[in-house]
Design a protein around this ligand. Structure first.
Ligand SMILES: Cc1ncc(COP(=O)(O)O)c(C=O)c1O
Length: 463
């Protein structure tokens, strides 16, 4: 009988996180200050605690997971590896489709893997309050949950369009004690400025990040810091527990390596979490096709530019070397709010430059079609973000059929969609629109990037 669920014991949960920065063949470009000078770690201290800054700049391959963090992760980890046998049968594909089920966490997505770690490190550093942004609401709920467990206050700026589309996410944040406001808000200078210029804006992750950073750095008590749900090295690091578990689970059923690894990518964290341990294997000689999947509404990897850019609209973050559409770019109001981000994590971006990853973009209609097929074959209702990865999985499975190859496809089921039903409703009523953005609006946004330093595309040429 085919095994469709592969579990690990608590004692088999990885004890260390994996840092891809240690293995990338060409070293990462450093972040820069807004005027293009090298950024010192001390400059980040108004925003992040020292212990997380150390992780951010670390080049150590393995970083210990503190016992107290592991003790919280045991509530839902190790997460199951499942096989999508019903989808395989429907597609009549020779491919075997496996997925890590990150929807089993308390808040329903992978985001708790880093929210718990970030809240714990902040607590260690004596911080009392965290501020953050949230797109779809998954990160805000995950941070509220973690702050509650660690006794920290939590303030969340939720992108306006998602705030309106997903009101129950706010209730979840409140259940765990989080204070959630719609962004842009009247509570920060950034929010007031944006509202004065664009009163009807749907908001963006870039704006919400600016508001959250502003609140953190203006707190005179020095006890507030900002927490980011994606993009930065330490966030991706905490997510690598996903791929490290998946490696053990595949080995348990005699699979040496997957042929294809797929994850949706907003800022890059769940994709990196699954893919980085396999990227290490690829660097060391294995043949694996690694695909980050973005939305056509925010196609930074497939249509953006590799350049130094800000992580937020107001330019409060350092300049990061990444694939970007320009920090002022406001994507269409798609339902996959977590993919509405203008940039891609520097670590993922450098791996793409190196040729280790092959980005792909999916249209919103195509992703919902995939999500409905999943619900009608596998049974689960997945997050709109995840459905972008799934659309790519289905394409890869069909390719395997055409090629007659028994490929192993592994993807990350980053979250459930039980609070995202309004998008499903629109799709079922034929009211959902395509998510492509015009080349002209992308070019307009990219033109504004000309003022920034270009980031050299350094690569070893091996891939
Ligand atoms: C369920 C889910 N998947 C994916 C993402 C995309 O973020 P990231 O690329 O950081 O994993 C989000 C972000 O909110 C999310 O909620």
């Amino acid at each position: 009988m085919d095994q469709t669920k592969i579990f690990l014991n608590d004692s088999q949960m990885p004890k260390k996180w994996y840092n891809l920065a240690a293995d990338l063949p060409t070293p990462m470009l450093p972040p820069l200050t807004p005027d293009g000078k090298p950024l010192s770690p001390q400059m980040l201290e108004a925003v992040f605690p020292k212990n997380l800054i150390e992780q951010e700049i670390s080049r150590k391959r393995w970083i210990d997971i503190p016992q107290e963090i592991a003790a919280i992760l045991y509530r839902w980890r190790p997460s199951p590896l499942r096989r999508a046998i019903h989808l395989e049968r429907y597609l009549k594909t020779p491919a075997k489709i496996y997925y890590k089920d990150e929807s089993v966490s308390p808040s329903g997505s992978h985001k708790t893997n880093t929210s718990v770690a970030q809240a714990w490190y902040n607590k260690q550093a004596g911080i009392k309050k965290l501020t953050t942004e949230t797109g779809a609401g998954q990160w805000g709920t995950a941070l509220s949950f973690a702050c509650h467990l660690l006794g920290l206050e939590c303030k969340i700026y939720m992108v306006r369009v998602s705030f309106d589309q997903k009101p129950m996410r706010k209730v979840m944040m409140q259940i765990w004690g989080g204070n959630c406001v719609a962004s842009p808000s009247q509570q920060t200078q950034t929010g007031r400025d944006v509202l004065a210029r664009m009163p009807d804006t749907p908001g963006s992750l870039g704006i919400a990040i600016s508001e959250a950073v502003e609140e953190a750095v203006l707190d005179k008590s020095g006890k507030t810091r900002y927490a980011l749900g994606s993009v930065l090295n330490h966030v991706l690091l905490h997510q690598t527990i996903i791929g490290l578990e998946a490696q053990k689970q595949l080995k348990k059923i005699g699979i040496k390596k997957p042929d294809v690894v797929i994850g949706c990518a907003g800022g890059g964290s769940n994709f990196a979490g699954l893919a980085f341990p396999f990227t290490c294997d690829k660097i060391h000689g294995q043949k694996i096709d690694i695909i980050p999947v973005e939305s056509e509404a925010a196609p930074k990897m497939t249509q953006g530019r590799f350049a130094y850019d800000f992580g937020d609209v107001a330019g409060m973050t350092p300049l990061l070397p990444m694939y970007t559409l320009g920090h002022k770019f406001i994507p269409p109001a798609i339902h996959a709010g977590g993919l509405r981000y203008h940039g891609m994590a520097p670590l993922v971006s450098q791996a793409i430059v190196e040729g280790l990853m092959r980005p792909h973009a999916v249209d919103q209609l195509h992703s919902y079609e995939a999500a409905i097929l999943w619900a009608r074959t596998e049974g689960f209702i997945i997050a709109p973000e995840t459905s972008n990865a799934l659309a790519c999985v289905i394409e890869e499975a069909k390719k395997a059929t055409r090629e007659g190859k028994q490929k192993v496809i592994l993807f990350n089921l980053s979250g459930h969609g039980l609070l995202d039903l309004s998008g499903y409703e629109k799709y079922l009523n034929g009211k959902l629109e395509s998510s492509q953005v015009s080349r002209k609006s992308i070019q307009k946004s990219l033109d504004s990037l000309k003022v920034f330093k270009t980031a050299p595309r350094r690569k070893s040429g091996k891939w």
